[in-house]
Design a protein around this ligand. Structure first.
Ligand code: ADP
Ligand code: RBF
Ligand code: MG
Length: 159
């Protein structure tokens, strides 16, 4: 189902998800970082590490399309993350993608490296937008929600 485009930013809470990690979470996803369209960093200023198609298919058999938070591990280091699973309606993609934005500034890219993700909670459904700024604003609110929500002991423990 194609979502109706959003034309304004909605008010967002800082903390998202229950106090304790609740079933079906934690969900573990692992794969090699692959190339996408190269839009994340260049068009949005928010790079995302894209997961291979079979890994995305498998993840979608456990959880629906939407935006999530949790932890990501690259080269033995754990970072907070937000993940988008879906069609990217704003860009009218024809394939579903699974993309992880790691909340950390990396010096270099890490295509081809192994990425491990533990998904701990759902943030919101995937949306369409009338401008790229509204998409960026919503992703920034997702990042804030992840940072605040992961501070809670039940979530902090799971990395
Ligand atoms: P693509 O469409 O190829 O995924 P992006 O613009 O989304 O292109 O950039 C993604 C790449 O940038 C990742 O694969 C990774 O190697 C690198 N990268 C750098 N910093 C980050 C970050 N904080 N989170 C995710 N990926 C990052
Ligand atoms: N794309 C959309 O079209 N709608 C969304 O609601 C949406 N939410 C996202 C949330 C997060 C946390 C991230 C990292 C990405 C999101 N995207 C969304 C995907 C965005 O379009 C994608 O990262 C770029 O197309 C670059 O691949
Ligand atoms: Mg990407």
């Amino acid at each position: 189902m194609v979502p109706t485009p959003e034309s304004r930013s909605t008010e967002r809470e800082d903390i998202v998800g229950p106090e304790i990690v609740t079933s079906p979470y934690p969900i573990f996803i692992e794969g090699t970082v692959v190339k996408g369209f190269g839009r994340g960093g260049k068009q949005l200023g928010i790079p995302t590490a894209n997961l291979p198609e079979p890994v995305v298919e498998k993840a979608l058999s456990d959880i629906p399309i939407g935006v999530y938070y949790g932890w990501a591990k690259v080269e033995k280091v754990v970072y907070p993350m937000v993940m988008s699973l879906g069609w990217n309606p704003y860009f009218r993609n024809e394939k579903r993608s699974g993309e992880v934005h790691i909340i950390h500034n990396f010096e270099d890219d890490f295509y081809g490296k192994n990425l491990k993700v533990v998904v701990l909670a759902y943030i919101r459904p995937e949306k369409d937008y009338t401008s790229i700024e509204l998409l960026i604003n919503d992703i920034k609110a997702d990042i804030n929600a992840a940072q605040q929500s992961l501070l809670r002991p039940a979530y902090a423990l799971l990395h």
